[in-house]
Design a protein around this ligand. Sequence first.
Ligand SMILES: Nc1ncnc2c1ncn2[C@@H]1O[C@H](COP(=O)(O)OP(=O)(O)O)[C@@H](O)[C@H]1O
Ligand SMILES: [Mg+2]
Length: 273
Amino acid sequence: MERIQSAIAKARAARQEGAVRSPFKLPSATSRNSAVQAAWASLPERTLDASRVERNRLVASAPGADSTPFDVMRTNLVRHLREHDWTRVAITSPGSGVGKTTTCINLALSLARQRELRVIVLELDLRRPSIQKILGVLPTANLSDVMRGTVAPEDGLVRIRPNLAVGMNAEPATNPAELLSSTQAAAAIDAIEIRYRPDVILLDMPPVLVIDDALAFLDQVDCALMVAAAEQSTVAEIDRAGKAVSDHTKVLGVILNKCRYMDKSEGYGHDGY
Ligand SMILES: Nc1ncnc2c1ncn2[C@@H]1O[C@H](COP(=O)(O)OP(=O)(O)O)[C@@H](O)[C@H]1O
Ligand SMILES: [Mg+2]
């Protein structure tokens, strides 16, 4: 029901904007597209520190063997999104600490190396925000305040690449469960989508077996990727989490992270594509 309402709201908003969603097309010279370009250009820029990029395993920030698994994932993901005219991809996991946020950022960096794509990462793991620490950049304002409707979308995003914007949180949010399921949060994400017309929105979600408020929110996304950690997530957990998520959205696949014994070129396993 919420999914339908959200879809209706999105369609209505798109109509009001006089624009048809056309992901993966190069911007044409319409005034709508110049407004989108201007919106992107006016976002504050943040530069990633090279040593932090290395220390925090942001291997997809540059092309190379370490980025290859993410680039393969990117290609498959873009194909799925294009086929279904989808935008919103939840990144979730059975439990915490499996590398969900690291994977989300790497996938975003890989996507953003395709300059024709516009990519947005939104940090919705509101109890354990970590993107700020992983990237080593400060947000202008907390994404949680954008979701409450007290801060405008343009004040809650920073650009770490010309075509990659991130909404993050400097501290945990109060009442995260209520916030995630609020109509204000849904409206804020719709507003971000309308203003910035991203081809892909990656939503860094809480782990589903730990926090059930993630599940209701999944009604608002188009699909989900599940991150699990070798030697950490059990098959039973992955199965339980997959079933819980698939009650709300399409699970595109499971990404097996932290594999110690894989070939170097396959540091991140992925399955189900
Ligand atoms: N492939 C990997 N190999 C080793 N350590 C990893 C890998 N991916 C992530 N980590 C580390 O695991 C910890 C948790 O990662 P994080 O992305 O914050 O997980 P989550 O978002 O699931 O809580 C971090 O210290 C991160 O650097
Ligand atoms: Mg995380």
